[in-house]
Design a protein around this ligand. Structure first.
Ligand SMILES: Cc1ncc(COP(=O)(O)O)c(C=O)c1O
Length: 409
């Protein structure tokens, strides 16, 4: 055993462990009903078809699948992704697309090419913890914008106010990060007006928009709205960096996603990715290309939607039945995605309540985890895709008791 103490970089000191991962360790005991993870239901994974697609790769192109590949991505998979996007109303081309090791890699690549220490990205308050962590690793900061009470996107008065005062104080703002379709953690879906408005704001301020859309296809209710990427394409395009992933439409174990962006940005991202992993697993890419060629991913998504819609409805029904009546106790009723967001009255503390919930054998993610700074303490994220109907029934009953006890304090 050496007695060297590691001389870590300044940057590494800015890296933060995911609170979620830490808390998840507490929630993994078998008798705990966990609404904490962001896990898709394994019942949606088309394992047999994926096995056949893997066998086809070994039978037809083992040399390619087991060799290094290009950083940009396997041309066969890129072709399939362009076709997939076209079926969903987005025009993509090979030079404007980069295959990534799922969206989390994209969330790391983007600050890597944009952020100098102290630079800002605009993002929601709250927002996805993985995006905050990636930004922190480059000493970036979040200019946090609250959502409107209607739950249809940013509060634009606040956006203008916060942005103007940051610029007046000399802040360097590099891009806007949004998750317009069924946001993690709140489940909020942006209205068409607000999608247009954020694009207008971005054009006016000459900022790129990073549109992270892992849940876009998982809509159970209402009509699909155009993505901000699509709205931008209508007027020439080039201002939005679109992030997509197989994690919620097929299986997160694939660890494959894709970025769509202007050619020069893709070029820069390719250079950044080269130093990270050379290329996304060629075997996995060939496997997904074979799967997309031979099977119907839209059918998997349709089944996923139907399953999650019924779980979401059941969870809302149980919340309605079990939660105490209290002013300020509300929850979102998302039209898609995997999560809903429960707000308790001001003064409630879901961080402290978490340990009582664990004692009662139910788990959620503390709302405070989704804030870059000045965390709000009276909310929590709960997932409805993973638990069984029985677990949802029992888990919401336990959670409601814990909430009722918190409100009596
Ligand atoms: C908003 C958002 N972006 C990105 C990711 C990362 O997804 P991936 O599995 O594609 O890395 C997640 C995962 O939950 C997410 O919720």
């Amino acid at each position: 055993m050496t007695d060297f103490s590691p001389q870590y970089s300044v940057n590494s000191g800015f890296m933060r462990k995911s609170v979620i991962r830490e808390l998840l360790k507490l929630t993994q005991k078998p008798d705990i009903i966990s609404f904490a993870g962001g896990l898709p239901s394994p019942d949606t994974f088309p394992a047999d078809d994926l096995a056949k697609a893997a066998a086809e790769v070994f039978a037809s192109c083992p040399a390619k699948a087991l060799q290094y590949g290009t950083t940009e991505g396997d041309p066969d998979l890129v072709r399939e992704l362009i076709a997939y996007e076209e079926r969903h109303g987005t025009v993509a081309s090979a030079s404007e697309l980069l295959v990534t090791s799922a969206s989390q890699q994209a969330l790391d690549l983007i600050p890597r090419i944009f952020i100098d220490p102290g630079d800002y990205a605009i993002a929601g308050r709250p927002t996805y913890i993985g995006a905050i962590q990636a930004l922190q690793a480059y000493q970036g900061r979040v200019l946090g914008v609250p959502f409107s009470p209607e739950g249809d996107g940013f509060d634009f008065d606040e956006l203008e106010r916060i942005y103007a005062s940051a610029i007046a104080a000399g802040a360097r703002v590099k891009y806007i990060y949004v998750i317009p379709d069924f946001q993690n953690p709140t489940g909020i879906c942006w209205s068409l007006e607000k999608r247009r408005a954020i694009l207008e704001f971005a054009l006016r301020e000459r900022l790129f928009i990073v549109e992270d859309a892992p849940y876009r296809e998982i809509r159970f209710k209402g009509a699909q709205l155009p993505s901000i990427y699509q709205l931008d394409q209508e007027s020439g395009g080039g201002h939005v960096i679109g992030l997509k992933t197989f994690s919620k439409i097929l299986a997160p174990g694939t660890r494959v996603g894709w970025i769509m962006a202007r050619e020069d940005l893709i070029d820069k991202l390719v250079t950044a990715k080269q130093a990270m992993d050379l290329c996304t697993s060629p075997f996995t890419q060939a496997w997904l290309a074979a799967y997309l060629r031979n099977y119907d991913i839209e059918n998997v998504v349709a089944r996923t939607r139907a399953l999650y819609a019924s779980k979401r409805d059941f969870m809302l029904e149980r919340l309605e039945a079990d939660m105490p009546e209290a002013d300020g106790l509300t929850w979102t009723k998302p039209e898609g995605g995997l999560f809903l967001w429960i707000s308790l009255p001001p003064g409630a503390d879901t961080d402290a309540m978490f340990y009582r919930a664990i004692e009662r054998k139910v788990a959620y993610v503390v709302g405070s985890a989704f804030y870059f700074d000045r965390p709000e303490l009276n909310s929590m994220r709960i997932n409805f895709s993973y638990s069984s109907f029985n677990q949802i029934e029992e888990g919401i009953c336990r959670l409601s008791e814990v909430v009722a006890a918190e409100l009596r304090k």
